[in-house]
Ligand binder design. Sequence first.
Ligand code: FES
Ligand SMILES: [Fe+2]
Length: 418
Amino acid sequence: MTPGVIGAAPPPLPGDPARAVLEQHAEALLEHTAAQTFPLADEVMRLDPAHYTSPERFAREKARIFQRVPLVLAASCEVPGPGDFKTLEVAGIPILLVRDRHGAVHALLNSCTHRGVAVASGCGAAARFTCPYHGWTFAQDGALLGVASATDFGAVDKAALAMKRFPVTERAGLVWAILDPASPHDPADLLGGIDSLISGFGLAGWTHVSSRTLHGPNWKLAFDAHLEFYHVPVLHRETFGPDRSNRAFYFSQGPHQRVIAPQSRPGAVSRDDLYALGRVPTAGEPADPLLMGEWILFPGVSINTFYPGGHRGVLLSIVVPGAEVGTSTTTQTFLAETPPDADTRKAMEDLGGFLAHVVGDEDLPTSAFQQHVFGTGLVDEVRFGRNEGGLQHFHRWLDRLIEAEQDELPALLASPFA
Ligand code: FES
Ligand SMILES: [Fe+2]
């Protein structure tokens, strides 16, 4: 069991083993609340700030994390229908995500096989993609359909000139890909069971409300702020207020985690409030209380639940490195459980704007200063407290997966629920 983490990776149980784990989490939360106990990590952990600034370290993270483990690139409902596409960039790699007319999602290197130009930008729907440079055309699965002025151009092997395809899978209503076309793994085999734990959200049938992208410093500095609530009543005193608890319960599932506040959300009545329910929901009751809290999908994704106007929505935050060590993007995507009416959509868009303010104007400028001062070389170490077990877990798993060989990944990231 990882220090400071309760409920870590229990063994599979008969029946519905993922639900059984969620019930164990809920029981542990209720027991700790009743006893007013609070698990802490064994010791304070220290980290060399060069982890955030070193180009060599960053190159290893790109090659051994971001090009080897499955990454959440989108919610399935961002590309719900045939031809729907989205473009994004992860660690300098441009990606075109597109659903074909048979319903399958493809994750392609967004680069024309003539001379490299991006064949799509932004998001939208397209029957095919035409490169804006010389006009080569590509199918929704990346196949090369047409070479402009083919006779003039000369002989090409069209079958060999499809856009590069990354291994991709859809699980739990999310699109996951491994950004290595030659990866020996199916991303579905490396999810560590987190897809089973969050499947109860049923995200596959949700509705995309809004997305916005924020720019920040090193991806880990941007993401560290998702992994503890220690800073919440201090840094966010003007937005979330000074009365929030600065404590968090942590649960882990392989490298993935849950971070849960020890109190109900002030002033909000929500269906997922386990503390208000005071017991584990039975099989016939709504499962929302089993899913409460912030879900952390390794390496850089968080899912937070909200109930604006009483309607369930989640903020899917995807933090990825930029092309350089000191840059990242945080994409905040708001999803609604049911198609929102105008009032609900307005409430969700307002909440999305508020959360962009919290992260964009409070968290990320703070992280940017950390990046700045670490760059001076004058800071010897940073520390993660016994109350910041989630950060300790995250940074230890990063090192563990960087050190692991490719053929060790399936064992490290196997699902206990398969
Ligand atoms: S680079 Fe795409 S057609 Fe020339
Ligand atoms: Fe924050």
